[in-house]
Design a protein around this ligand. Structure first.
Ligand code: FAD
Length: 457
């Protein structure tokens, strides 16, 4: 009898342990279930849905080259999969393990209804398996990474299955277009179409390009004006490439790639954090932090919108927020600056920023987004502190963002490099928004709020 392969954030044929196991067990029915109910308010955001549409198209095309195809169904995973098993006589479901709280619930429900085989393969090591000497979970990145790195390299990636036997009769499939994952009016995805190629081949292309440049990563990764990072994050998030594939390709290239490999380790770390704290995207880890005196009311809401639209009057923040809106991605250094600015200068709850990123990033990832937002806010399990306030103007200068600002904030394009980070009032073009708050005033307001919070706590 046939077996079902349940695809989720693992939309690839290579190094896909669930697909490989199913391929050797009998005819294979690959299925993707769009389940907005199980994730509830964590249903995929707009940019992710755009990506998903194209990635499913690419996966279906790759399967068809093997004489197979992707079946699309919509509804609650456990019900849809049980129905599909009844229709096809399938004996078992193979899937990769996922760790978002809603996926863990869905895995339990599917496991109750059907024979479910969960395989490892979307992380360097199975989340939860890297533990301290006494068997506890790590909370801080550095010791976690030391322990994980000792277990590296990861196993050699699996090859794409040679053949995928088709079932006697293909079950019915939804039409992808009917899912309406793409934006209609307005179509805001033009910049994303220009910049990305979702799918396994697009991921392989990015990796091949990065391997050539990997030795320069260490020196360039903090410079937003340079394409010095891998741009693999949405591909890794959707599992169009596995971290083991990335690891081996980059390590084989030689040179000093340790920093890059540790960034891949951050991805694993984030999954270990959400395994320990499933609510990490909505609840601050530091005791009492959710009662912080965040600003609220009409002015705070207006400031939030200005931040979202890249109109804060801080060129580096505005460049980043516009890059995000246009391409669905933002440079990591600028993500840190923009997040710190929202939480500290504007004193707006980090969860509002997390939600915006969730909706607009093509790499929006529950674990990585929550871990990085809580790190930025100083509310997380690690040692970062609220009172460490990034100075956006000097960060912009230090990391040489002039060309980046010119690209994303055209109002400032004519300013000389020395002036563009912090344009003096006399030369500030009129079309460019005034600062929402001066740096020093923002800093003092944030520190004052912190003192009040501590006093009350
Ligand atoms: P590279 O520098 O080439 O790194 C390679 C890979 O390592 C990335 O693709 C990513 O998978 C992983 N990685 C790198 N840095 C981190 C990190 N700090 N945390 C976790 N994984 C990392 N990354 C996401 O994938 N999804 C998110 O939702 C997300 N939200 C973020 C929110 C904030 C406020 C901040 C400061 C960072 C966030 N990041 C997130 C981390 C990081 O900014 C992106 O992973 C990185 O910019 C992606 O670009 P790249 O693929 O070129 O990265």
């Amino acid at each position: 009898s046939p077996v079902i392969v349940w695809f989720r954030r693992d939309l690839r044929l290579r190094d896909q342990a669930a697909l490989s196991a199913a391929a050797s067990a009998g005819p294979v029915i690959p299925v993707y279930v769009l389940d907005d109910e199980c994730a509830k308010h964590r249903r995929m955001g707009g940019a992710s849905r755009w990506w998903l549409h194209h990635s499913l198209e690419a996966l279906d095309a790759a399967l068809r080259k093997k004489g197979s195809r992707l079946i699309l169904r919509r509804g609650r995973c456990e019900e849809v999969l049980a129905q599909l098993a009844r229709e096809t006589g399938a004996s078992a479901v193979h899937a990769l393990h996922h760790y978002e709280p809603w996926w863990r619930n869905a895995q339990k429900a599917v496991g109750k209804a059907l024979t479910l085989h969960l395989h490892h393969g979307n992380y360097l090591a199975p989340p939860g398996s890297v533990t301290t000497g006494t068997g506890g979970a790590y909370k801080i990145f550095t010791p976690f990474w030391r322990a994980l790195n000792e277990r590296m390299p990861p196993a050699e990636p699996l090859r794409r299955p040679h053949t995928l036997a088709a079932p006697e009769r293909w079950p019915e499939s939804d039409a992808l277009g009917d899912w309406k994952l793409l934006p209609a009016k307005p179509d805001w995805a033009g910049g994303m179409r220009d910049f990305w190629e979702p799918g396994e081949e697009g991921a392989a292309g990015r990796l091949a390009a990065f391997v050539e440049a990997a030795a320069r990563y260490e020196g360039q990764r903090n410079l937003p004006a340079i394409e010095g990072t891998s741009f693999l994050s949405p591909h890794l998030h959707f599992g169009e490439i596995s971290p083991a594939q990335v690891w081996h390709a980059v390590a084989d290239a030689g040179g000093s790639v340790a920093t890059f490999l540790s960034e891949i380790g951050w991805r694993d770390y984030a999954q270990n954090v959400i395994l320990q704290f499933p609510d990490y995207g909505a609840t601050s880890a530091k005791e009492g932090f959710d009662d912080f005196p965040w600003r609220s009311g009409a002015q705070a809401e207006a400031d939030l919108v200005a931040w979202q639209q890249g109109r804060t009057g801080y060129p580096i923040v505005d460049a980043g927020m516009r890059q995000l809106w246009h391409t669905g991605w933002m440079h990591n250094r600028v993500r840190m600056i923009a997040a710190s600015f929202l939480v500290k200068h504007l004193l707006i709850d980090w969860r509002r920023g997390e939600q915006w990123f969730w909706d607009t990033l093509v790499d929006a990832d529950y674990g990585s987004n929550a871990v990085n937002w809580q790190w930025s806010a100083g509310s997380g399990v690690d040692a970062n502190m609220f009172v460490r306030i990034m100075a956006p103007l000097s960060q912009s200068e230090k990391f040489d963002a002039a060309r980046y600002i010119r690209e994303w904030v055209p109002e400032l394009a004519d300013l000389p490099s020395g002036e563009i980070h912090d344009p003096a009032p006399m030369i500030r073009p009129r079309a460019y928004p005034a600062r929402l708050i001066e740096h020093r005033a923002g800093r003092e307001r944030a520190l004052g709020a912190w003192e009040r919070f501590k006093g009350e706590g």
